[in-house]
Design a protein around this ligand. Structure first.
Ligand SMILES: Cc1ccc(Cc2cc(O)c(O)c(C(=O)NC/C=C/[C@H]3O[C@@H](n4cnc5c(N)ncnc54)[C@H](O)[C@@H]3O)c2)cc1
Ligand SMILES: [Mg+2]
Length: 214
């Protein structure tokens, strides 16, 4: 049977990227998405905004919701100091299998813990299962109707501390109106919008950075 797009994306990484070189993995995926097949990775333009937020924070504990093929996982993990940890949640087994290989090709498997499961099931287990008290950075890029409920769940589970940053992809396209309204109007967040474009296109999109105030 015909291969899937994530399988073809992985093949492009294995063909064009150098093992152990995260930047070459990022470039190989961006080239594949620009010249062969579009895929819903954050991409190079919004990716540089993600990079700047990670570099500014220097986070020890990072949570990513929605791994997909691991593109943003690699972007974030390549900037983390060796002691830091990135936990990424992905409930589609096929995508998780591809992402594991992309992350390993980049040589970042020792900083990344890919958990195959749903965010709503695993957010409540972060403390007892991973020994995580609070996160320094959360990157939201999963189904858009999950951003708000999962944010409230993280609050209820005590996973956010004063200064924790939530960075949300696609706040314009596909859009997350209920999440935006919440973080922009809640007294518990200081929120700002980074205008950009939908990956590999000219359509407007952007990232919302929201600092939890406790
Ligand atoms: C109209 C329109 C359509 C599409 C686009 C283009 C566009 C551009 C983008 O950057 C996008 O991020 C998206 C988008 O839909 N992303 C959804 C991404 C999900 C991934 O996360 C996984 N997942 C979903 N819910 C959960 C969950 N609870 N627990 C664990 N994993 C979950 C899935 O298994 C996928 O691996 C779409 C733009 C406009
Ligand atoms: Mg996205």
């Amino acid at each position: 049977t015909r291969s899937t797009r994530p399988q073809r994306l992985l093949k492009a990484v294995q063909k064009n990227a150098t093992r152990g070189d995260p930047q070459s993995v990022i470039s190989a995926i961006d080239h594949f998405c620009r010249h062969s097949e579009w895929a819903m990775n954050i991409g190079d333009e919004k990716g540089t905004i993600l990079d700047s937020v990670v570099n500014e924070l220097n986070p020890e504990k990072v949570l990513e919701l929605g791994t997909y093929c691991g593109y943003s996982t690699v972007r974030i993990a390549r900037l983390l100091p060796p002691g830091a940890r990135l936990i990424t949640l992905e409930f589609n087994g096929d995508y998780a299998a591809i992402a594991r290989q992309v992350i390993t090709w980049a040589g970042l498997e020792d900083r990344v813990q890919l958990v195959e499961g749903a965010s709503e099931d695993w957010i409540p287990r972060m403390k007892e299962h991973f020994g995580i008290e609070t996160f320094d950075l959360v990157f939201l890029d999963h189904w858009k109707d999950r951003y708000l409920p999962d944010t409230k769940l993280m609050e209820d589970c005590g996973l956010l501390r004063k200064g924790t940053v939530l960075l949300a992809d696609n706040v314009i396209c596909p859009g997350v109106p209920d999440y935006l309204q919440y973080v922009r109007n809640s007294l518990s967040y200081k929120s700002c919008y980074f205008k950009s474009h939908l990956e590999y296109t000219k359509a407007e999109d952007g990232l919302e950075k929201s600092v939890f105030l406790g």
